[in-house]
Design a protein around this ligand. Sequence first.
Ligand code: NI
Length: 388
Amino acid sequence: MPIVNRIAGMQDEITVWRRDFHEHPELLYDVHRTAGVVADKLKAFGCDEVVPGIGRTGVVGVIKGRKSGSGRVIGMRADMDALPILEDTGLPYASKTPGKMHACGHDGHSAMLLGAAKYLCETRNFDGTAVVIFQPAEEGGAGGRAMVEDGMMDRWNIQEVYGMHNQPGMAVGQFGLRPGPLMASSDRLHVTIEGKGGHAAKPHKCIDTVLVGAHIITNLQSIVSRSLDPLDSGVISMCMFHAGNAGNVIPATAELTGTARALTPHVRDQLERRFVEIAEGTAKLFGATAKAIYRRDYPVTSNHPKQTEFAAAIAGEVVGRSNVDTDLPPVMGGEDFSFMLEARPGAFIFVGNGDTANVHHPAYNFNDDVIPVGVSYWARLVETAMPA
Ligand code: NI
């Protein structure tokens, strides 16, 4: 049971939607045009219910099957937001807004879920309810959490939830996933250092916050190498170091900013504890003070075993079992579908985007050849989970 015929016939139409989204990228919660297009299309398809404004600018569409005796409700989620990147693809449908770009393929994710909604509205060949979820602010704004906190899961009695993301470097026609942790928790690190400023030629009269910051960054490297079990995975990257305005002045303050990643709650706790201890303790060694803030952001994206097995079987029906990697190594990137997986059992799957530039790169583009693959996955998932 490969690509669904009817869906293969919809590819050109869905490609037009995808490229329209691509031309009109919007950031975070400010996805008003995109959400408007999504809601209009869902209504035109004949969804039984279309509700905008969930989690500020998210959209939920409800499609009832020919039968509803099973009482089952399956949620499927796409993200709608773009990135603050200056596009460098040279495409005829490149972003019309300089500095904003669909560089993570969320244009493709939204178009594919719309395609599935159209197909499901036409065919309704299932016993239960399909809920299509279009979320804002995946790229750092926790739009997934906003929709969950808005009561989406209870309001529509969603029992299981599924998500999909394209993966450059994986061939078109392949899927990959794994049970358990698939993507890392993603937390924000910030250190404010206070010392004593003064003349660069009189360091003995100062407490040099640049030196303190350099030692903090160096000492933080011992967390992953010395504090974690070597068989566990963790990342601490300090990515910004702001201090000083002149080459002959020792600055009184310095600020460090970074990110921490983990695949288990235990490692996440360890990173938090050691980060604060080392940053504040190192400052003390030099007579400075530091305030270290570890802000928990996205949790681990952890696939539920039963739903992962089901998702892998559906992917196998679409592309053949040999094209589904069910033991995909986890990645240390974050994903806010994690909030939905904390609320309900489900699975997140990667779909191959072929040999393209990587996501978040100015030359990236979603591969329209993926459309029939992704839409067929959504359609079969509903029809198989809730057979008519
Ligand atoms: Ni993304």
